[in-house]
Design a protein around this ligand. Sequence first.
Ligand code: DUC
Ligand code: ZN
Ligand code: ZN
Length: 474
Amino acid sequence: MSTLIKGGTVITAIDTTDADVHVEGSIVTGIAAPGSHDWEAAADTVIDATGKYVVPGSLDVHTHMELPFGGTVASDNFESGSRAAAWGGTTTMVDFAVQVKGESMMEGFENWMAKASGNCAIDYGFHMIAGDINQDTLAEMDKLMEAGVTSFKLFMAYPGVLYSDDGEILRAMQKAADIGAMIMMHAENGIAIDVLREQAIERGETDPVYHGLTRPSITEGEATHRAIALAELVGVPLYIVHMSAKEALAEVTMARDRGLPVYGETCPQYLFLSAEEHLAAPGFEGAKYVCSTPIRPRAEGHQDALWNGLITNDLQVVSTDHCPFCMEDHPTLGTQKQLGVGDFTKIPNGLPGVEDRFQLMYHGGVAQGRFNVNRWIEVCCTAPAKLFGLYPKKGTIAVGSDADIVIFDPDARWTKSVDEHHMDVDYSCYEGMEVQGRVETVMLRGDVIIDGDEYLGTKGDGRYLPRAAAGPRP
Ligand code: DUC
Ligand code: ZN
Ligand code: ZN
């Protein structure tokens, strides 16, 4: 089965070239000047991409499909969430398997494998959330590396649930350094935040806006500083997830300037939404935007700092932290965001985004003139693939790479709405937003799975991706 994609502009993190792309089976087998090779006659399928961008399928390396959280479960399961990802031009996701207290890491990994396998529309891998660090579970990290889980997430937030103290963090970092793994950090001072939350509730401050006010940016900056210090002590690569605070970005920037292998990720919600407009929306509306780290006040300059961090490469990756919960009762999962009516601490943390990210980043990054198309591909495709051991199989268009390819219309203008998205959640964070740039066709390993308005894939198309350790520093 061979496919020719002709007439388009092929964009990678480095190059922008008018070229034909030849695909044989699941692999890219040729990239050449338009019409210079006689591929058309023998091709089983010819896709005309004239006037369109031909870009790599993107990677979302931070999703939480069907994550149990705060007495409910994220509303997108692996089937619905991965299909929605495909609609948005994402062909690889790396989700988080969770080890809870009292459980082994392997149990956590096997549980998440069972949820995902046979259900995903796109290729998938796992990071491991280490929720119970002790001598036995640390020893298991070798086994996880063998299974292709080469990154471990720790929490400085959520005391009593997923929280690790500094000693546990240090031990996990030491082990990760020994075996060549990456440490991912949810960097917020959860102990301080818990005090602020308790005090707010005592004062009767129960609305969603207090979620953000009790997780001030200084608590993210402090935790980021501490995480970097511990990682430096041990000599382990550190990736700070879902950064929303300028103070945290300043810490990552300083660490990188000192030459440390420290990396930063942000998400569209921190680039496009604000505490003033969204978290502080009237009534219970702000619950839609409750996630951790929180969406921050635009007036404090966090958004501008984050965009700037993407421009300067102090931030390397844009992922989503996709973890949706419905505002009204979910048909099978029941009450979700409304668990927190009258008490913001009970609002499940998380919001939808897996379908939005790639197109939004074109809109905000390229169409609005902040960076060029190559940087868009770098932060959404190439850097995540490199950092998480999937490059060059994923994250670029090159001879020998998987034929995960998106045909993208850079001129299309459309309005985002819950009515047109495919995520299993009853609102869009970007309702009514007019955007430029749209995914038209999506190919997963040589098969077209999205063609305009049609989903052509089948449940279970996605394959598990055992990941290598991160390569030499990207
Ligand atoms: N943050 C969220 O908003 N949801 C899930 C986990 C997390 O860290
Ligand atoms: Zn987190
Ligand atoms: Zn997360």
